[in-house]
Design a binder for this molecule. Sequence first.
Ligand code: C2O
Ligand code: CU
Length: 462
Amino acid sequence: MPLKLTRRHFIASGTALATLGTPKVYAAGFDELRARVNEIQLLPEKYGQTQIWGFEGSAPGPEIRAVQGTQVQRRVFNDLPDPTSTHWHGIRIDNAMDGVAGLTQDPIQPGESFDYGFILPDAGTYWYHAHNRSFEQVARGLHGALIVEERSAIDIDHEEVLILDDWLVDPETAQIANTFGAMHDLSHAGRMGNYITTNGTYNLTRNVKRHDRLRLRLINAANARVFQLGLDGLEGWIVALDGMPLAQPKSVDGLLLLAPAQRIDLIVDVTAETGSAGHIVQLDRNESFSQVAFEVTGEGSSARRENPKPLPPNAYTKPDLASARNLALLMEGGAMGGMRGATMDGQMSSMRDMMQAGNFWAFNGAVGGMDGPPLADLSLGETVRLKITNDTSFPHAMHLHGMHFHEIEPNGSLGAFRDTTLLDRGEVREIAYVANNPGKWLLHCHMLSHARSGMMTWVDVA
Ligand code: C2O
Ligand code: CU
C-alpha cells in the first residue's frame, strides 16, 4: 500500500471534525424507529449544517443489534414528507416483512407507521434502508446497520461497524444536491457522491493498541460507488461476505471491492508501530485516501496471535447444481450500450420513448419493474441456476431479496455465498440458490438509479 495518505473532503481541507455522536443501540425488543427530517453537521463545521432524512434523525440511523435466533420488532413511523418503507437487507425474512413498497407492502404514508417484526435466522452483518424511491431516500440518509451476533463469542479485542457512504453535496449551501433521478445518473454509473464518509464522518479515527485483533464490519450504503479498499498497518482476513461466514478465513493480499449494499467482515491485527496509525485505505483514480484511521496508542499483547478461526457457519441448504433449473438474465441498455429499444408496459418502445419515461435499461428485453410478470415462478425448494450477462458499459451490483445465493466459479464449483454480486461491464456470472423462502422477492441492481430506470425484476416462490 502507498504510505502517503491524506484525509480529504470534497473541496478544500477541513478545519474541525464533524461528529454525529454515537448512534443509539437498542436491545432486541419493541422500539420506535422514526424516519424524519433533521439538520446535522455532516460536513466539517465551516460548511454549516445539512438537512438529511434519517432514521431517528441520524445518518446512519441507530445500529440495531441482536443475537442470532432472536426477534427484532420495530414500529417505523414516517415523519417524512414522502411515503416510505423499510427493507432489512440480507435477512432471510418473512416476505410480508421485506419492506418493498409496491411488492410486499403499501408504502407507509406520512404520519403513519408500520410494524416490522421478524426472526434473525443467520448471524452476520446486515443493514436496513428505505425501499420506496430508494434512489432518493437512501441518498438522503435513510439507512443503518443491522448486526446479528453469533451465539458464541468471537475471539477479538474490539469490533467496529463501518458504514461507508458517499454524498452528493453542494458545498456552497451544504445541502444534499436535489438532483435525484437526473438523466445522467440514470443512464450512466448512477448517482456518485462528492463527499465520502464512514459512519457519517469524513475522518473517522479509532484508538487501538498494537497487536489488537479487531473485527471490522464494512457496509457499503452508497447509491452507486464501488469502494476499492486496501489495508495499511493492518494484517487482515476476510471472514464473511454479505453476512455469511467463509469456510476458511481468506487473507487480504490486494484490493477489496465493496459494491453498493455489499458487506465484508474482516478480522484485522494491528501491525502498525505505536505512535503511528493503521488505515483502511480507499483508492480512487490512482490516489489513496485514508477511509478510517486506527491510531496506535500503545502495545496490547506483546506478540502476534495465531491466524483467526472461521466464524460459526449459518445453517443453509446447499444448491445441487445437477438438479437445478436454468434461468438467464440479460442486462442491456444505458449510455454507450447500443440498445435500440425494449418492451415497456407491454409495448415495444424505442430508446427515445423509454428515455422520456426515465428508463434506460432492460432485463431480457423489457424495462423492468415490480408491475410486470416475474422473471420466474419457482416452486418452494426448487434449485435455481441463473446466468446473468452484463451486456452494458457499466458495472452493476445485483441483489436478490430473501435468499442468499452462491456465485458459481468458472470451474463450476460453488463460490462465495452472497446476497449482492458485482458484475463488471461485459461480465457474465452464474449464481445458484435453493428457493426455500416463499414469497415475492425482488432481484435488482443496487446502483439505485439503475433500479429506478429498468434494472429490476422479481421471482415468485410459491
Ligand atoms: Cu438493499 Cu432491494 O435492496
Ligand atoms: Cu446497475
